[in-house]
Design a binder for this molecule. Structure first.
Ligand code: HEC
Length: 567
């Protein structure tokens, strides 16, 4: 046991020493290039941009589409021929089915035995590491593109197209690859990686504290296990040498109006650049954070927000579309009822971004369904306000309450009036708190429910990472309170996810690569969370795509009334 530990730490010291020498090598390489070619940097920048267009978009300097030929017959062109489709934005490569697409950013392409980085090519097979090759030169790089024979004389897999590029085009591509993922991203230090979490002003202090303390506990646990190399960290993948870096968390609590958040975020970021934003909490808008992350090219991983912006960006990944997804699920459910669907639906919401967003989404989804929609904005906090909002609702109508527990609690007091046939509430907004519903009211309530129900979410084996059971055990170990299981399970999943992603990235701490890893890992579908299924095809940014309609059984438990509805 002890000797094992000793040898691990030796590897680790060696690996950080190696990294030091790698930078030295890179430095001398840069100087050398400069001396040999003595190219003015201006020309280089123009080449980098021309190379970027070929790599990312499949557009040649002439403006014509890039042409490639696979197996001498299949012609690929333009965006499909672009290197990015296989080698990815970071240049770190990928796995296409079982075919390994090599990393080709400068660090890998031009590496020598002394400074060769390592990447894991298949997360299911920790021994599948990058193959070493001689450093590429302009001649050998031209040859692999034109003839599909690599620098070591090995014929490449036929998936790699042949490209008949001119010398100038090859040079532009090389210039681009030389600078691609050449340095670790901002937020990564020699012995630390900084992460942030972001909280908007309107949030419940209990949830905020729960999230921050869970993250701090998990970071402390991860840093300790990195040092002692015990517990969860001892997996085959952890035997691959890498630099020891502790995780540091900063909490960015925003204040004031949303239009000032961008400036606050920029100021926080200036003080402490971070590698990524992990989780986050908002009951109102998230748009300024989304915009900031896109601007800084900063991964924003799985925040707990009720309504993410509809427009996706490369750098933000969400659990789901939130209340907008619920609106679409409800519309589909009502549509499925055909003749039994209500003729009229009242929706009650607050006059804020989430309320309006939800109401607009439902209105849009029910457009030409034949169901008439009545919008009622809830204003004020008195029970009389809710009563006023419900005026005219009859038992032939359906009711959708886009309200949180505080607003719903007024329901008890207005219930004496004539009740509508069915009342729908939002799973996200009620936050699993159904105290608002009296015994008499409960049978009529339906929850649009975005998580797993009943036994499934318990995780059949107690050991299932990320199940409700394992979350509760973990909270107990760290003496943290159970505040809101669904919300805390989102944070918990994200922390496990981050541990896995970062352990697979090894020393290749590039933000684009992090997003690529997240896409690929979620698509394996092996993750356990309160969501029945999380997946991201390339370019997708909402991982869960449906919800149940659920009601309360006689024992008070929530049970599914519909299948999992994917609108
Ligand atoms: C359709 C997928 C695909 C596209 C598009 C593609 N490649 Fe490749 N490329 C591959 C595969 C797969 C390999 C690895 C083959 C092997 O190892 O047998 C590869 C290998 C390479 C290698 C050799 C790396 C090594 O380890 O020796 C280079 C260099 C390369 N590609 C550059 C490019 C460039 C530049 C472009 C765009 C102009 C491009 N590739 C477009 C799939 C692709």
């Amino acid at each position: 046991m002890f000797s094992q530990f000793a040898s691990f730490s030796k590897i680790r010291q060696e690996s950080s020493w190696l990294l030091g020498s790698r930078w030295l090598m890179l430095l001398s390489l840069v100087t050398l290039t400069f001396v040999v070619y003595a190219e003015p940097p201006v020309a280089d920048n123009a080449d980098v941009e021309l190379g970027r267009r070929i790599y990312m978009e499949g557009i040649l300097p002439s403006g014509k589409p890039l042409q490639g030929k696979r197996q001498d017959t299949v012609q690929v062109e333009g965006a499909t021929a672009a290197c990015e489709t296989c080698h990815r934005r970071s240049g770190m490569g990928s796995l296409e089915g079982n075919i390994v697409v090599s990393p080709i950013n400068g660090g890998f392409l031009f590496a020598t035995a002394e400074n060769r980085p390592i990447a894991l090519m298949d997360q299911r097979a920790p021994k599948n590491l990058t193959r070493a090759h001689e450093p590429y030169t302009e001649a050998s790089f031209t040859k692999v593109l034109r003839e599909n024979v690599n620098v070591d004389g090995r014929a490449m897999n036929a998936l790699m197209p042949k490209y008949d590029l001119s010398d100038a085009e090859v040079k532009a591509l090389m210039a681009y690859l030389r600078q691609l993922s050449a340095e670790v991203s901002p937020g990564v230090g020699t012995d630390k990686v900084h992460f942030a979490t972001i909280i908007t002003p309107d949030t419940d202090p209990k949830k905020k504290d729960a999230m921050v303390s869970m993250m701090q506990a998990s970071f402390a646990q991860r840093n300790a296990s990195q040092q002692t190399y015990s517990g969860r960290m001892r997996m085959p993948i952890d035997l691959i040498p890498r630099t020891l870096r502790n995780w540091e968390l900063v909490v960015w609590e925003l204040q004031g109006a949303p239009d000032t958040w961008g400036t606050q975020l920029a100021e926080n970021y200036r003080k402490q650049p971070v590698f990524a934003v992990i989780s986050g909490l908002s009951n109102t808008t998230w748009a300024p954070v989304h915009t900031f992350c896109q601007l800084e090219k900063l991964p924003c991983m799985l925040p707990s927000v009720a309504l993410p912006p509809a427009e996706t960006g490369y750098y933000s990944i969400y659990y789901s579309r939130g209340v907008a997804l619920e609106a679409d699920v409800l519309a589909k459910h009502l549509h499925n009822q055909e003749k039994n669907a209500p003729h009229r639906l009242f929706q009650v919401y607050r006059d804020n971004e989430v309320g309006q967003g939800a109401a607009q989404a439902l209105t849009k989804a029910l457009h030409d369904s034949g169901i008439q929609i009545e919008n009622r904005v809830l204003s004020g906090n008195e029970p009389s306000a809710l009563k006023a909002a419900l005026k005219g609702v009859s038992n032939k109508d359906a009711l959708m309450l886009w309200l949180n527990p505080a607003d719903l609690s007024a329901l008890n007091k207005v219930e004496s009036q004539k009740l509508p046939a069915v009342t729908y509430v939002s799973g996200f907004l009620t936050q699993e708190n159904y105290d608002f519903a009296s015994k008499a009211w409960k049978p009529q309530i339906r929850v649009v429910y975005p998580y797993d129900l009943g036994e499934k979410r318990q995780g059949s084996e107690a050991s299932r990472q990320g199940s409700e059971e394992s979350l509760k055990r973990w909270l107990k170990t760290w003496q943290l309170p159970v505040v809101d299981v669904a919300f805390q399970s989102e944070v918990f999943f994200n922390l496990l996810f981050l541990t896995d992603i970062s352990s697979q990235m090894l020393d290749n701490l590039y933000r684009d690569y992090m997003i690529e890893r997240a896409e690929d890992m979620l698509s394996l579908g092996s993750n356990v969370s309160l969501y029945p299924h999380l997946s991201l095809a390339r370019g997708q940014r909402f991982a869960s795509k449906g919800a149940y309609i659920a009601h309360f059984a006689t024992d008070g438990k929530l049970v599914a009334e519909s299948d999992w509805i994917v609108p």
